[in-house]
Design a protein around this ligand. Structure first.
Ligand SMILES: *[C@@H]1O[C@H](CO)[C@@H](O)[C@H](O)[C@H]1NC(C)=O
Ligand SMILES: *[C@@H]1O[C@H](CO)[C@@H](O)[C@H](O)[C@H]1NC(C)=O
Length: 275
């Protein structure tokens, strides 16, 4: 049981993680930064789970960091000289970064379903997800410069790799302007836009169901190798893939899949073991 998020089983093999402080526009408070780590570390080891949908309860996805709750940590850091204060802050920032890195480290595909606003830390969060859907009323805002800081928990590192349009990333970052759903779709930040939240969530769960009908060895191995290849050369990534597959190719999942194909059975009828 968490206080800032809610985790429910949406359907077989699919978990729904909801940012769940609707009265605070899902602002990321102290509890949130800790709980999201616990939650995704648990999901990583959950052999029943094959896909995750992340959404926000209430009016918007998230308004970003909860400055009221976090102010004392950031604005009055303990320590009696510059080095000691900096030492404390470095540890704090690294811990906050981990809050979203756990999503990327989680081998299960994570789909972000965004409605209303996705502000500040929200962009850091969704940049670490694998697939993004949004509603027509959604907007995205890299808000940090407006509060006098450079985004420090993942946006600057991941967003350029997600949308690949450097000029646009720089513009969004330096101005903190809102990017609306249509531009998010054009730039590749999201892959689909929906008229409202219900329709979007249905589509996100249908996508999650489709993913979770596939071999988890193949899907989760693909996620790990896609992220590896984003950060390494083609040669290094091929080498990693070969080493990966020298064990993973021995899975029963391949035999089951080939058999089903030969018997012209729907791949959804195959039962893959837990992973
Ligand atoms: C980059 O983003 C801008 C603003 O959304 C868009 O007009 C432009 O076509 C994009 N360029 C590329 C190469 O995607
Ligand atoms: C690795 O194995 C996967 C199935 O798990 C297969 O789709 C892929 O083509 C293989 N890649 C290589 C380089 O052998």
């Amino acid at each position: 049981a968490y206080e800032s998020i809610q985790v429910t089983s949406a359907q077989k093999h699919v978990l729904h993680v909801q940012l769940n402080r609707p009265e605070k526009r899902n602002a990321m408070n102290r509890a949130f930064w800790r709980e999201l780590v616990e939650c995704f570390q648990k999901i990583s080891k959950d052999s029943d789970c094959r896909a995750v949908v992340v959404s926000g309860a209430g009016k918007m996805f998230t308004s970003g960091i909860d400055l009221m709750d976090m102010a004392s940590d950031i604005l009055q850091p303990p320590g009696d000289d510059v080095a000691r204060i900096a030492w404390y802050l470095r540890d704090l920032i690294s811990r906050y970064q981990k809050t979203f890195t756990v999503i990327e480290k989680c081998p299960k595909p994570v789909i972000a379903a965004i409605h209303g606003g996705c502000i500040g830390g929200g962009v850091d969060l969704i940049s670490a997800c694998d697939i993004r859907y949004c509603t027509q009323d959604a907007f995205f805002q890299v808000k940090e410069v407006d509060v006098g800081l450079a985004a420090d928990v993942g946006t600057l590192q991941r967003l350029p790799k997600v949308i690949g349009n450097r000029s646009l990333v720089n513009e969004l970052t330096f101005t903190a302007r809102k990017m609306m759903a249509d531009e998010a779709l054009d730039s590749g930040l999201v892959s689909r836009v929906f008229p409202d939240k219900d329709v979007m969530l249905n589509a996100a769960f249908a996508l999650a169901a489709d993913i979770s009908s596939k071999s988890p060895v193949a899907v989760q191995g693909s996620k790990i190798n896609l992220i590896y290849s984003r950060d390494h050369s083609v040669d290094e990534s091929l080498d990693y893939m070969a080493t990966w597959n020298m064990s993973m190719l021995q899975t029963q999942d391949i035999i089951k899949s080939v058999q089903a194909a030969m018997e012209k059975k729907d791949s959804k009828s195959i039962t893959f073991s837990k992973l």
